[in-house]
Structure formats: structure tokens, C-alpha cells
Design a protein around this ligand. Structure first.
Ligand SMILES: [Fe+2]
Length: 378
């Protein structure tokens, strides 16, 4: 199974994963054979990419480390929380109240967070890939849920106890809550912001902190993530230009996973980067932004080449990734399917790249190349 931009779907491709609407209804069932008439409605619905079955290895499926239902449930609850905050803010503004006070109910959020922790604990070895299919206008919601899941995973790998994991998860889930107070024309503007707009946008950190800091059910260790998640390890971030240990550890976790998820997400104006490319940016040009120990831990548990993706190996043969484990996520097990010239290998065989150190992944194989090879292989 691999991800294909909706605009590049070709008739006859089979849908690998079901597509859900905002409220979790199935729009298109996994297994549906796609045809021209289905593509336009997908685009209209804001679905920019879908999972397609790799016909050369139809049995290979990515592992969901967190159940799809749990993810939708958390997204739904966060959506309600944000709506309640928005309504309360509008009412406060309407009646001219200067000191806005509103109690955020966290019971539902906490229960679902516990389910997420349980799901993650049940899959302790699987390297994570979270390239879910999202609706474009649901960006803040699905991004927040992904950040929460990835942060909890990183917290686990860093050995945090359960109480820390719970607060880390709550803080990272609500890290962008201040965006409810940002004008939608700035928040949803496609492309880059002007200098003035960027300054307004940066205010979401302080606004989030103002909203969360006096909440009876939200400990300061969780609330502070909203304030500090754009600070950078080497300094130069906002709003307070802190550096190193001045930034609370939960905020340092959030900074890494927030960047990673933003880079790999599809937006209206661009397709998300592949995990391999995003991980490369984190460890290359951006590495000074992050706590080095945390970054290294993160790189070890995220799969640069998720299960189901096609890669080219040393010598030019093409393979599909069949398993990736935490701690050695960059050396997955692969099934070799095609010779260098694109002809099909009669008896596909598997290689554990962790043991066979002389074989390297040279590059990812782009979907178009895969399509080309499929035609050759038929
Ligand atoms: Fe943010």
C-alpha cells in the first residue's frame, strides 16, 4: 500500500484504506476500484491523497499503532473543546468581559488519551508512521491529534512514567489551542504570510497559555507546551527566545513532533514531504532547533520508509518495505520484487537490511515510477 496524490489517481487503482468524513463516516470503502467519476468528489471533499494497494505485494499493510477509531474519537473531542472555547470567547467579547474565564472540561480528552497510551504500549516494537489521510480543512485538528500521538510515543521512548505521559499528551494535544483566537483568513491562508500576519499568527502561543494556565484540570507542565512549542534549542524561537534547558522538556518534545508532522502533512498548496525527506530535514538543516538527545531518540523510532512503500536498493533492484522496528527504523525488512530493469522477480525474497549491512536503500521509488514498472511487469 502506498500514498498517491488524488490528482495522480489512475482508473483501476484499488483503494488500500477506507476514506472517512469529518465525523468518521466511511466515504469510500477499502478495496474500491477507483474510476474517473470518484476522483472529482474526493478533491471537492478536500482529500489530497489516498492509499492505493500495491498490486505487486497486496498483502503488505502498514500497522496502525493507534486504532483509527481512537484517533477519530480524540479528534472529535478536541473539535468539541475548541468549539466550546470559541463560543465562550465570542460571548465574552459580546458582553465586554475583559477577563475571559472558561473552564475546559478534560474528562473525555483524558479517557481517550489513556486509550492512545494503551494502544502505543500494545505495539512497543513497531516503528511508527502516521501518514494518515486528512481532510484539508481539518488541518489543526488532525495535526493536533498526530502531534499528541507522536509526542506520547517519544515520551515513552524517553522512559517517561505514566503521569508524565498523560500530561505530555494533554499538553501536546492542546498546543495550538490559541489558534481559536487567530482570524480565519490568516489561519487558513494558503501560501506564505506577510510579516504582519506572521506576527499575529505567533500570538497563538501566548493566547494558548493565557487560556490554559489557570485551568483547574490542566497542570502547568501541560499548559506550558502551548507557550513554548515554537522555542528552539539553540535560541531564536518565539515568543521568549529561550534556549536549551530553559525550555521545559515537554515543550522540547512538542517542537520536534510538531515540525515533523507539519512537514509530512498535505496542505492545499503542497503535498506533504515523505517521512524520509522530513527526517532528513530534522537531522540536517534544522537540527539546531531541537534537543539533540530527544531528536536522536525520535529518529530511531520513526520509519523513514513506512511499511508498504517501494524503495530502490543497491544495484537497482526494487523492493517493498514489509516491516520496520523501533531502534533500527532506518534498516527495515524488505521484499525484493523487481530487477533493476523493472522485470518481475519470479520468486520474491526478503532481506533484513539490519543484518545485510552491505545492501542500502538508495532512494524511494516515486509512485509514477512504480506505475511504470507495473506496466512493464504485467
Ligand atoms: Fe503552533
Amino acid at each position: 500500500m502506498y500514498r498517491v496524490p488524488t490528482t495522480e489517481i489512475r482508473t483501476g487503482m484499488r483503494l488500500g484504506k477506507s476514506i472517512f468524513s469529518v465525523n468518521g463516516q466511511v466515504l469510500l470503502q477499502a478495496g474500491t476500484v477507483l474510476k474517473e467519476s470518484l476522483i472529482e468528489p474526493l478533491l471537492r471533499y478536500g482529500i489530497t491523497s489516498v492509499y492505493i494497494v500495491n498490486e505487486l505485494a497486496p498483502d503488505v499493510e502498514p500497522v496502525d499503532v493507534v486504532a483509527e477509531e481512537t484517533r477519530y474519537q480524540l479528534q472529535d473531542e478536541l473539535s468539541h473543546t475548541m468549539d466550546e472555547v470559541k463560543v465562550a470567547m465570542a460571548e465574552a467579547a459580546h458582553s465586554g468581559i475583559r477577563h475571559f474565564s472558561f473552564t475546559i472540561r478534560t474528562e473525555g480528552l483524558r479517557q481517550t488519551i489513556d486509550q492512545i497510551i494503551a494502544d502505543l504500549l500494545a505495539n512497543p516494537r513497531v516503528a511508527v508512521s502516521l501518514q494518515d489521510i486528512r481532510l484539508v480543512d481539518q488541518y489543526t485538528l488532525s495535526h493536533s491529534v498526530n502531534v499528541c500521538i507522536l509526542a506520547t510515543l517519544l515520551g515513552m521512548e524517553l522512559g517517561y512514567p505514566l503521569t508524565d505521559l498523560r500530561n505530555l499528551a494533554l499538553g501536546t494535544l492542546l498546543h495550538d489551542i490559541g489558534k481559536v483566537a487567530i482570524p480565519p483568513e490568516i489561519l487558513n491562508k494558503p501560501g506564505s504570510l506577510t510579516r504582519e500576519e506572521a506576527e499575529v499568527m505567533k500570538q497563538h502561543t501566548v493566547l494558548g497559555w493565557e487560556l490554559l494556565k489557570n485551568q483547574p484540570d490542566i497542570p502547568p507542565t501541560a499548559a506550558v507546551v502551548a507557550l513554548q512549542h515554537h522555542e528552539r534549542w539553540a535560541g531564536g524561537g518565539y515568543p521568549h527566545n529561550l534556549s536549551g534547558d530553559q525550555i521545559f522538556r515537554f515543550s522540547r518534545v512538542c517542537a520536534i513532533v510538531d515540525c515533523y508532522d507539519a512537514m509530512t502533512s498535505d496542505r492545499i498548496y503542497r503535498k506533504g514531504l515523505s517521512p524520509a525527506m522530513a527526517l532528513e530535514s530534522l537531522s540536517g538543516p534544522m537540527h539546531g532547533f531541537f534537543d539533540p538527545h530527544m531528536l536522536l531518540t525520535f529518529l530511531n523510532c520513526i520509519a523513514p520508509w513506512p511499511v508498504g512503500s517501494m524503495v530502490e536498493l543497491t544495484g537497482g533492484r526494487k523492493a517493498v518495505v514489509v516491516a520496520a522496528e523501533r531502534g533500527r527504523a532506518d534498516r527495515p525488512r524488505v521484499r525484493v520484487l523487481l530487477e533493476a530493469d523493472g522485470t518481475r522477480i519470479a520468486t520474491p525474497y526478503e532481506i533484513d537490511l539490519f543484518r545485510e549491512r552491505h545492501v542500502e536503500i538508495v532512494r524511494e521509488v516515486h509512485e509514477d515510477a512504480l506505475q511504470y514498472m507495473r506496466e512493464l511487469a504485467v
